[in-house]
Design a protein around this ligand. Structure first.
Ligand SMILES: [Fe+2]
Ligand SMILES: [Fe+2]
Length: 316
């Protein structure tokens, strides 16, 4: 009997999604739906937090006061995005007896991955520009899709995040434009940064699905947790940015990159997907250093969290 009741609930849940209804935190949802969302939103949250680190390195070294204020605000925004998303994830984790402590312990143990781009070094000021312009540009392609996610709290939170990401792209583009119009060595620094970041940008959306999607991917589509494949997102990114990059007189380090008019798709060199797996498993060039920094600040902030938790209990 109980099995049947669950079955009916599953069908009704799918019907709600098919009608375009949104799911709220307190609504009934299948365990798998909850688990998929926790995985997705925790990864997004922790990537925002870890994503602040490469640019944070450039706050003390920004070339002008104006640039320093802008990059400082961006770093602060990214940390804020992490906070907002962790709250969304925590609501989903509560029935499982978990909270953000688990997100951080999963990060430190390697169970929770953060985005491949944030394992990469940012050795020059041009890298800070390229991160803002193209990494945030890629992020907004994914997040733009997620605005239509069937889980309402995530979609609502993304409205604010996407708005702020739009500013980040302008900030990064402005740095890149200045360098592109600058001295020959500034132009060279920008070209080097684009060359350095290109493979990571091609990896950004994950491996192409090929002709067959996994059962998890299909289920996520049916539940409208996501509405586009990795490859569709990558194609959208290429359509949006290839011409813009070239219009600055920059070259893209992929001699095979071209638009196939007949098929209506971009052809490009596949990045090294083995390398991608190794990077997201914390074997990237900066993985350990950044995890170490995050672990240290997490431990240093422990007493603050404990005081606040105690205060909450007293106030309750
Ligand atoms: Fe962000
Ligand atoms: Fe951003």
């Amino acid at each position: 009997m109980e099995f049947k009741a669950t079955d009916v609930r599953l069908v009704e849940f799918q019907e709600r999604i098919d009608r375009g209804e949104k799911i709220e935190a307190e609504d009934w949802m299948p365990d798998d739906y909850r688990n998929q969302l926790i995985r997705l939103i925790s990864m997004h949250a922790i990537s925002e937090v870890m994503g602040a680190l490469p640019e944070k390195e450039w706050v003390p070294k920004a070339p002008t006061l104006f640039r320093k204020l802008a990059i400082m605000a961006k770093v602060q925004d990214e940390e804020g995005h992490g906070q907002l998303l962790m709250r969304v994830a925590e609501d989903l984790m509560e029935p499982l007896g978990k909270n953000r402590e688990d997100i951080f312990s999963d990060l430190f143990s390697g169970r929770l991955k953060y985005h491949n781009v944030f394992h990469m070094p940012a050795p020059t000021w041009a890298d800070a520009g390229v991160i803002g312009w193209l990494v945030d540009g890629a992020a907004i392609v994914t997040q733009g899709m997620s605005l239509s996610c069937s889980y309402a709290p995530y979609a609502r939170t993304l409205v604010r995040i996407v708005e702020e990401e739009g500013f980040h792209i302008h900030h990064g583009e402005s740095i890149c434009l200045s360098l592109a119009e600058g001295t020959p060595s500034q132009r060279m620094m920008l070209q080097d940064a684009v060359t350095r970041w290109w493979p990571a940008l091609m990896m950004f959306f994950g491996p192409p699905e090929g002709s067959q999607m996994s059962s998890h991917q299909l289920q996520n589509m049916r539940w409208k947790i996501r509405t586009k494949t990795n490859e569709e997102l990558r194609q959208r990114f290429l359509t949006k940015y290839v011409a813009r990059i070239r219009s600055l007189g920059l070259s893209i380090p992929d001699p095979t990159l071209s638009y196939d008019q007949e098929e209506g798709i971009w052809r490009y060199q596949q990045p090294d997907w083995e390398l991608f797996r190794s990077i997201v498993n914390n074997h990237g060039p900066m993985s350990q250093e950044r995890l170490g920094l995050r672990r240290m600040t997490y431990e240093e902030g422990r007493w603050v969290r404990e005081v606040l938790a105690k205060h909450d209990r007293v106030g309750a």
